[in-house]
Design a protein around this ligand. Structure first.
Ligand SMILES: [Fe+2]
Length: 917
């Protein structure tokens, strides 16, 4: 487990009552130091004078930090010395580029490597100025992982509490500071976790500030820190201009105008997402120049800026996520293309749209593999992709051998069956689309002039034929027995556009389900619709699970289309838009408006870890023009545009809360007598049942936290930073929705708690539920094809053609509809990476040490952890209950996606704190 980055939450939160500003301080280690008082002039801020002392230390030893304590007091009458130990992490790359030895040895010979300036929490009562005392730290010890620098600093008489440490890095390179420990105070060591990159003085003369581990809402900021608090936020906000460089820490907003590449190819022109025409959340501004052909679009980059501390950790052995994603895209993908295109034909080129010829060819990916030419980067595959690629002993090439996905391992025919098709709407990778049908017949809201007759052909007669013997349609509606996957109105406007792209097709689709007596869903009808095109009228057909061979194969093909729609919707809307993309504005606003010492910043910070970086990678290679999504999913180049339509029509912050989402879809109703205050429409709805326990656990933890820091509810409305943060989330980060009336107003503890719980749920529970099962369910693509490439054989084909092609070989028709060999293999590799838990994963409820210093908060967090442990037990128990047929059964993959903890790798369980992959 690694430490997190900037302002990691491993700070103490002592209750205010435990701070005694008049506590007597004993002397430090005077035998090792000489003290040279001098008059100090502050740099980089308003030039004021204050008394300080410079300490020249001689030597010291690396030692482990004692248990940290919160802020510290000094005597009113006597100066004393403290030893400052700065722990710098040796990094595996990035700008420091130095392994196993401290940076800039020559500088260190001068013993002036890091200038530490300790800042008093309170202003000097006599002068009204900030109090500071400083000293130089230099390297005293290092090992493979860490370098320790030491200084001895005099704390003048009457200095009072330490409020912050400012650092000037004399190295010529940035360094990653893990922590600063101030040893010698009578209460013990003051520990300041930093986990942050500190720039070189030569790059930027501005000192870097780290506040101590005590949280303050703005009105309670100690007098000596007020200016620093504000100036640090100004630094992080920037001035709205300039092109960002790697070492910057500036958080600002921009539209998604960097997905297209118009200068490279006209085919790669994409609309700007964000704004009136295509509403969208905002992303982090990079300030790159605009393209030559389109002044509204930003130039592409192979290395997209994120604020320095948002990057994946460069700590040794912990570079998993970035390397894994990049290696798949930049090394495995080309190798796959080469391997598939040239396979078996003596290196003559094959059609890139080639389908699998037999189902056994798909099986061979798990047992025979694909032979890849060894990349020029030596043992690249073996070291980085070892979970994916197994080396042939003695061979000259690498073998890409996929792990057998769980769905296939347990039951290789599960994908084929209707019960599994339905079950996965409640317990699969996308449990967010199924909704209650409130009335029949179904009717489109689209313009019939453009899209044809709006009435569905899934008529009462069609439904009644399928549920005959159980109940009438009216009874089914009344008793809440009808459910739907509705991808009609969202996709119809794109059907004709998508059909102009080679190698893909699209329909509007509606899939109707009936809730059986044993609590499982049974699919009863699929309707596929194509709007009028040219002189052809609207085409639509209803497919049902019939008992004749032709009808049965058509049903299977129709399911493949629906699954492709569901895969695209899941990836673009449920996963990307609603978790990754919508969260970025919360992060940008938090860093611009909430000080690192703000308790709400510290509460949220673990839930924002690595999100901006993975989102930048997504813009770079996944959702960009011609990227992984466009090349392998049905909507092709309209993929992200469709997510913008979904944002416009569907996304509401207040509906992102799990209970509200369930109620909105008719999957639950409020019931004060029921557990969690909700009665589920489908009792055995694994995602909802497990999710609501997690939701309640998060809410209880957030309630305890908020009530601790806001004992007076009025403090919430008067908290300028908190209000500034939330205003900016609404007006800048989600600017296209800024005037919506559903935004919560942070005026009571209840609203603040609900808002924070929603954000944490989205980053933890929602994301885990839709992310970590990607390989388990999508790794065997017949279970979840990402694309359906051919039209239904009943659309626009003569009887003769129908019999010749589909009639003679329906299996081949299905394989041709499924993703091509290249598409399927690439998607499998990506899904494998995206389903992986990194070795440095931080799971929800596991940051116990972060809150160790405040008994109230620690107890609350302990309760949270116990609740999560309990959830783990409940899920295990539920997965052995044979009555719960949507999660238990012969060959059924148990529902574990919301089990809080996991080991490394593809496990199909584990809820990390944040969206980090
Ligand atoms: Fe994700």
């Amino acid at each position: 487990m690694m430490t997190s980055q900037l302002y990691a939450p491993s700070f103490s939160l002592l209750p205010k009552s435990s701070i005694n500003p008049n506590h007597l301080i004993k002397d430090g280690s005077p035998s090792l130091i000489s003290i040279v008082p001098r008059y100090h002039v502050r740099q980089n801020r308003t030039k004021k004078k204050s008394s300080s002392l410079v300490i020249h230390a001689t030597s010291g030893e690396l030692k482990s930090s004692p248990a940290s304590v919160s802020t510290v007091t000094s005597t009113e009458n006597q100066a004393f010395t403290v030893k400052a130990l700065v722990t710098v992490t040796v990094t595996a790359g990035g700008s420091s580029k130095r392994l196993n030895r401290p940076p800039d040895d020559n500088i260190d010979l001068l013993r002036k490597t890091l200038l530490l300036e300790l800042v008093g929490a309170e202003l000097d009562p006599k002068t009204g100025l900030e109090k500071e005392t400083e000293g130089y730290a230099y390297n005293v010890s290092h090992n493979d992982d860490e370098v320790v620098y030491e200084a001895t600093v005099t704390i003048p008489a009457g200095f009072g509490d330490i409020g912050a440490v400012q650092i000037e890095n004399e190295h010529h390179e940035e360094i990653f500071i893990k922590s600063i420990d101030l040893d010698g105070f009578p209460n013990g060591t003051v520990n300041i976790p930093c986990n942050s990159w500190v720039h070189s003085k030569s790059d930027n003369p501005q000192k870097r500030i780290f506040f101590t581990n005590k949280s303050y809402i703005p009105s309670e900021t100690p007098s000596g820190l007020k200016k620093l608090r504000e100036s640090e936020l100004q630094t992080l906000r920037g001035d709205g201009g300039g092109q960002r460089k790697t070492s910057d820490r500036i958080y600002d907003y921009d539209t998604y105008n960097d997905l297209g590449d118009p200068d490279h190819d006209d085919e790669l022109v994409r609309p700007v997402l964000g704004g009136k025409d295509h509403p969208y959340p905002r992303r982090c501004r990079t300030g790159r120049p605009c393209t030559e052909k389109d002044h509204l679009s930003e130039q592409r980059s192979n290395s997209v800026y994120v604020p320095r501390d948002e990057a994946f950790s460069e700590v040794k052995q912990k570079t998993f996520s970035q390397k894994a994603v990049k290696s798949v895209l930049h090394a495995v993908f080309p190798s796959i293309e080469q391997a598939v295109l040239y396979r078996d034909l003596g290196y003559s080129l094959l059609d890139p749209n080639l389908s699998f010829s037999y189902f056994t060819d798909i099986d061979s990916l798990f047992n025979e593999g694909v032979t890849l030419a060894k990349p020029k980067t030596g043992r690249f595959f073996q070291t980085i992709m070892q979970w994916l690629v197994k080396t042939i002993t003695g061979g000259k090439d690498d073998l890409l051998l996929f792990e057998t996905p769980e769905i296939y391992k347990r039951d290789k025919f599960a994908w084929f069956r209707d019960d599994e098709f339905s079950r996965q709407t409640l317990a699969g990778l996308n449990p967010y689309s199924i909704e209650l049908v409130k009335e029949l017949p179904l009717k489109s809201k689209l313009d019939p002039e453009i899209y044809g007759p709006p009435e569905s052909w899934i008529t009462t007669e069609v439904v009644e034929k399928e549920i005959k013997g159980y109940m009438t349609v009216n009874e089914a509606l009344e008793r809440k027995k009808m459910f739907i996957l509705d991808y009609h109105d969202l996709l119809m406007p794109y059907v004709n556009k998508v059909r102009e792209i080679e190698g893909t097709t699209l329909y509007g689709s509606r899939t109707l389900f009936f809730l059986t007596e044993d609590g499982t869903l049974r699919p009863i009808a699929i309707e596929l619709t194509r709007p009028p095109v040219g002189d052809k009228p609207q085409w639509k057909q209803v497919f049902t699970p019939t008992w004749d061979a032709t009808g049965r194969w058509l049903w299977i093909l129709a399911k493949a289309h629906v699954l492709a729609h569901d895969s695209a919707y899941h990836q673009l809307v449920v996963h990307w838009l609603r978790t990754h993309c919508s969260t970025e504005p919360y992060i940008i606003a938090a860093n611009r408006q909430l000080s690192a010492m703000h308790p709400i910043y510290r509460l949220l910070h673990p839930h924002f870890r690595y999100t901006m970086k993975i989102n930048a990678l997504a813009r770079e290679s996944l959702i960009n023009a011609g990227g992984v999504i466009e090349s392998n999913f049905s909507p092709g180049k309209y993929s992200t545009e469709i997510s913008s339509v979904a944002y416009d029509q569907l996304w509401r912050f207040d509906m992102e809360a799990l209970p509200a989402d369930l109620i909105r879809r008719g999957m639950a109703v409020e019931d004060p007598t029921a557990e969690h205050g909700l009665k589920l429409t489908i009792e055995d709805y694994p995602f909802a049942n497990d999710g609501l326990i997690l939701w309640d656990a998060i809410k209880e933890w957030v309630s305890d936290y908020v009530n601790h820091y806001y004992p007076d509810p009025n403090l919430i409305e008067s908290d300028t930073e908190l209000q500034g943060w939330w205003t900016e989330v609404r007006t800048k980060g989600h600017a296209d929705k800024k005037d919506e009336l559903w935004w919560p107003v942070l005026e009571t503890p209840e609203k603040l708690i609900h808002t924070l719980t929603t954000i944490i749920w989205v980053t933890a529970g929602h994301h885990a539920a839709v992310n970590f099962g990607q390989y388990m369910y999508g790794g065997y693509f017949p279970n979840r094809p990402t694309i359906a490439r051919t039209n239904m054989p009943t659309e626009d084909s003569s009887e003769e053609e129908f019999l010749q092609n589909f009639g003679k070989n329906p299996e081949m028709a299905l394989l041709m509809c499924f993703p091509s060999q290249i598409q399927a293999t690439k998607v499998m590799a990506v899904l494998d990476v995206l389903s992986n838990h990194s070795p440095d994963e931080e799971y929800i409820g596991s940051l116990k040490s972060a809150w160790a210093e405040n008994p109230d908060i620690k107890n609350a967090y302990d309760r949270f952890s116990v609740n999560l442990k309990r959830l783990e037990g409940i899920i295990d128990e539920r997965n052995t209950n044979m009555k719960l047929k949507n999660r238990v059964g012969a060959g059924v993959v148990p529902y574990e996606l919301l089990k809080p903890f996991s080991t490394t790798g593809v496990t199909g369980m584990g809820v990390p704190n944040s969206i980090s992959i």
